[in-house]
Design a protein around this ligand. Structure first.
Ligand code: ZN
Length: 244
C-alpha cells in the first residue's frame, strides 16, 4: 500500500494545496497532526484534510489547543498563543468536533502514528537521546512523528545503542530494512523550520518498505498576505519565507 504522509499543516492552505498536487493518485493518507494554528486558513485546511481518501489522522498540540482540550497552552510562546486564540474563533462547530474526534495514537499496518514522541505524544524529538526514549516505548519498528517541523529520521539496530540522526532537509529516501528500527519525521507542510522554506511531505510504500521524503515550493507570498490581512503575528509571517 502507498500512503501519503502529511504533518504540521498549520492552516497554510497554499502549502497544503501544493503538497496534495504532488501526491495526485495516492489513495490513502496519514496525517501526523497540527492541521491548524499559525496560518490564515485553519477551517479550510481541516476540511481539505478530513476529506482525503483513507485518512488516518492523530491530534497535534495545536489541534487540541484550538478546541481548548490541551491544558498546556501556557507552554506556548506568545506568538503561538495569539495565533491559537485567533484560530479558535475561525472554526465551525463541525470542524471543532472533527478535531475533538482525533486520537493521540493510531496504528496503520506496522507503523505507529503520533504527533511528537512516546511515551508522551506531545514531547519533541530533536536529538538522539530523545529518540532513544521513543524507541524504548515503541511497540514495533516504525513510528511516524511530526511536531518539530524538521525533516529527518532516526535509526537504530538495537535499542541499547545510540540512535543515528539523519537529515532529510533536501528530501531523500529511507529504506526500512528488516531489523532496523526507524522514527521518521516527514517534516512540516505549512511551517518548515529546518532552513528550507519549501513544504515537506512523505510517501510511505509499505510493500517496498521505503519512505520517500520530498520538498515542494509553494506560493509563500500569498500565504503571508492572508496572514497579514487578519493581523496574525509578524514573526509568524516572516518565518515562512525563511523556513525557520
Ligand atoms: Zn506543529
Amino acid at each position: 500500500m502507498v500512503y501519503g504522509l502529511v504533518s504540521d499543516i498549520h492552516g497554510n492552505l497554499e502549502a497544503l494545496t501544493a503538497v496534495l498536487a504532488e501526491m495526485e493518485g495516492v489513495s490513502q493518507f496519514l496525517c501526523l497532526g497540527d492541521i491548524v494554528g499559525y496560518g490564515a486558513d485553519p477551517g479550510e485546511c481541516v476540511d481539505r484534510v478530513r476529506e482525503l481518501p483513507g485518512l488516518v489522522c492523530v491530534a497535534g498540540n495545536h489541534d487540541l489547543a484550538a478546541i481548548e482540550e490541551y491544558d498546556q497552552i501556557s507552554r506556548f510562546n506568545p506568538f503561538a498563543r495569539d495565533a491559537i486564540e485567533w484560530t479558535r474563533n475561525q472554526l465551525s462547530a463541525g470542524q471543532r468536533s472533527y478535531l475533538a474526534s482525533l486520537q493521540r495514537r493510531e496504528q496503520v499496518e506496522e507503523a505507529l502514528l503520533v504527533h511528537g514522541s512516546l511515551p508522551d505524544e506531545m514531547a519533541y524529538i530533536t536529538a538522539p537521546h530523545e529518540a532513544r526514549q521513543c524507541f524504548e516505548a515503541m511497540p514495533g519498528d516504525l513510528t511516524f512523528v511530526g511536531h518539530t517541523h524538521v525533516t529527518e529520521y532516526y535509526r537504530v539496530r538495537d535499542t541499547t545503542s545510540v540512535p543515528e540522526q539523519v537529515s532529510l532537509r533536501s528530501g531523500g529516501r529511507v529504506a526500512l530494512e528488516s531489523g532496523l528500527r526507524c522514527i521518521v519525521n516527514p517534516g512540516a507542510v505549512g511551517q518548515p523550520r529546518d532552513g528550507n522554506a519549501a513544504a515537506s511531505f512523505g510517501i510511505w510504500d509499505s510493500t517496498e518498505a521505503t519512505v520517500e521524503v520530498r520538498r515542494v515550493g509553494y506560493d509563500v507570498e500569498r500565504a503571508q498576505e492572508k496572514m497579514q490581512r487578519v493581523h496574525l503575528p509578524e514573526h509568524l509571517i516572516v518565518r515562512l519565507a525563511e523556513g525557520r
